[in-house]
Design a protein around this ligand. Sequence first.
Ligand code: DGL
Length: 263
Amino acid sequence: MNSIHPIGVFDSGVGGLSVLRDIRKELPNEDLLYVADSNHAPYGDKEAEYIATRSVAICQFLVGQPVKSIVVACNTATGAAVAKLRARFKVPIVAMEPAVKPAVENTKSGVVGVLATRRTVSSENFLNLLARFGSNAEIIVQACPGLAEQVEAGDLRGEKTRSLLQEFVCPLLEKGADTIVLGCTHYPFLAPLIRMMVGNEVAIIDPGEAVARELRRRLQGIGQLSSRDRLGTEQFWTSGPTASAATLISQLWGVEVEVKRLP
Ligand code: DGL
């Protein structure tokens, strides 16, 4: 491991770009490698075993680059695979988890809504989170099948995306939620639309910034922050077709990027 090596970041698809954005802000000098497992997205409706196998394969690729650290920018992969990844790979692994704790601390109505994939809400990690923090507030868990797919399709404000969001968000508001956790890294891209639906009084919690800060702390703790003073670069890889990935990633990342095919 060397401090000039890049940081690897992966997700089932493009959702993890919301985390990459926060990492870029927090660590402007680091080189970042991003892998979108687009050929196997979405993870949210797949078996944990399958997601774990994919996550191991991607981490193997990243470690071979080599990277100095890995960010699992996917709540679903965290729930299904993080223990296996930590047991298998030596580099520090920073992972997502739905921000239930900060939401419970934030709520005034005592009702918190969590939006996440089906696989995340049935994972042991998530059930443990609920057991730890759920006694201090009512937590309404809403699985959102089909929502990450809308982001994968680049549809951030179309008719179908709106109606899915309405279906998932309205029940939370009806039950009095004043705090909504974005428990899937695809959903921050829908935050403007969610904000329009919930108004300004409801807090929307995206753990991306906290994860980026945690990554900084971990690297600092082991003396592995880059000491370069130039701006860091980004490289993008996909397991799916590169042309469509390049269009979508450029749209979400905000600049024209090149995307390579994952070997
Ligand atoms: N972005 C992912 C998450 O944070 C997974 C979405 C999916 O592939 O279903 O959970």
